[in-house]
Design a protein around this ligand. Structure first.
Ligand code: GDD
Length: 388
């Protein structure tokens, strides 16, 4: 048997995700119309002999209760949320629940960060891991040398794929091969974490990267599996917009029925990959896409134009409004002939425009490259501003 664990973190993490993390835990923020964690969870479904999926975090249990029960039914695999009383670190959290995780005597344990976006080649990793015969296998990818220092940088043996050297977010360049935050381990991982925590003053807090991967590199215990497919980390709202596009594209190849189609005379014009929740009402003269996700109970009026955006629940977009490279928060409203837009640079702070929850943009207002905090009303146009 195999089990999977997804580390979801908690409310003190994800501050870079403001203002969208004020009222929804980041792991439940929708990408391509599905909660962020839905993507790794549905990838777990492809693991042979999967017995159980655990989500470990320190968010309130009730934040996840509804999602956990609906996804368990949908996938027909039990999904459980396990709440830590406080943060234990990425390895400490796993160790804290070792008895529950080992209840079914799994031969292997997958461990996934919730805030990565990729195609999760989990069955392929398991095959490689069995062949290597080590304690753990990490998913790794080559990135540009300039961006590598945001991640765990590593060196692997080109032939055996053994992890030879590992440093977390180093100040000077080590390697452009980085840790994707997706792992498979044998139960031996628990004794490795125990060994570290016994040596420590703060026994309860163990990080997987610095405390486990670094010291075990070069000891024939850890191996790497390199992905050639897409991979991104989701720390900011702008990255969630980019990852939404990646997942919509993936849906086109896997579950195309989830995407909106433009055929039928009653429907809006659809361009490229678009997700529209069944309860949303989109006028037939609106033009939507590419990379647009529209959540529940959204209303889009006649003549509206939406490009590269995430529209959250209960938003109203009025006649002839334009939304481009933006995230529009729950219950917000965008007036007639208004524009909410940005240039769409995912790496810069104001590269996309974000409206927090319940923001009102009045008629004929232009909002460019700005972040608007919840419950604001805009009756003048703004550019490159953070509206507090
Ligand atoms: N349950 C729980 N408890 N989860 C935690 C805790 C904790 O105390 N601390 C972190 N996490 C979760 C986060 O939610 C995230 O999913 C994952 O563990 C890793 O978070 P961090 O430890 O903050 O590391 P990071 O995201 O900056 O970097 C890690 O992931 C990168 C890939 O995205 C590192 O492993 C890097 O090496 C790696 O490149």
């Amino acid at each position: 048997k195999v089990v999977a664990v997804i580390m979801v973190g908690g409310p003190t993490k994800g501050t870079r995700f403001r203002p969208l993390s004020f009222n929804t835990p980041k792991p439940l923020f929708p990408l391509a119309g599905q909660p962020m964690i839905h993507h790794p969870i549905s990838a777990c479904k492809k693991i042979p002999n999967l017995a159980q999926i655990f989500l470990i975090g320190f968010y309130e249990e009730r934040d996840f209760a509804l999602y956990v029960s609906s996804i368990s039914n949908e996938l027909k695999v039990p999904v459980r949320y396990l709440k830590e009383d406080k943060p234990h670190g990425s390895a400490g959290g796993l160790y804290y629940f070792r008895n529950l995780i080992m209840e079914e005597l799994p031969s292997h344990i997958f461990l996934l960060n919730c805030d990565v976006c990729c195609n999760f080649p989990l069955p392929e990793m398991l095959v490689a891991h069995r062949r290597y015969g080590g304690m753990g296998t990490l998913l790794v990818i080559k990135v540009s040398a300039e961006s590598a220092n945001q991640f765990g940088e590593l060196v692997a043996d080109p032939v055996t794929k053994e992890l030879l050297h590992y440093t977390e977010k180093p100040e000077t360049f080590v390697s452009d091969l980085i840790n994707c935050g997706v792992y498979v381990f044998t139960p031996e991982i628990f004794s490795a974490i125990q060994d570290v925590s016994l040596d420590r003053e703060d026994r309860d807090f163990v990080r997987l990267d610095q405390d486990i991967l670094s010291p075990l590199a070069g000891k024939k215990k850890l191996y790497t599996y390199e992905t050639m497919d897409f991979w991104e980390q989701i720390k900011t709202p702008a990255m969630s917009l980019k990852c939404s596009a990646l997942y919509l594209d993936q849906f086109r190849h896997t579950t195309a029925h989830l995407l909106a189609s433009g055929d039928g005379t009653k429907n809006a014009t659809i361009v490229g990959d678009v997700y529209i929740h069944p309860s949303a009402k989109v006028h037939s003269t609106a033009k939507i896409g590419p990379n647009v996700s529209i959540s529940a109970n959204v209303r889009v009026a006649a003549g509206a134009r939406l490009i590269s955006c995430i529209i959250l629940d209960d938003v109203e977009i009025k006649e002839n409004a334009v939304v481009m490279h933006a995230i529009v928060g729950w219950k917000s409203s965008i007036g007639k002939w208004s524009r909410v837009q940005a240039e769409g640079d995912y790496n810069s702070k104001l590269g996309i425009t974000i409206l927090g929850e319940a923001v009102t943009v009045e008629d004929e207002i232009v909002v460019i490259n700005s972040i608007v905090l919840p419950n604001k009303t805009l009756n003048v146009s703004v550019q490159e501003e953070i509206i507090l």
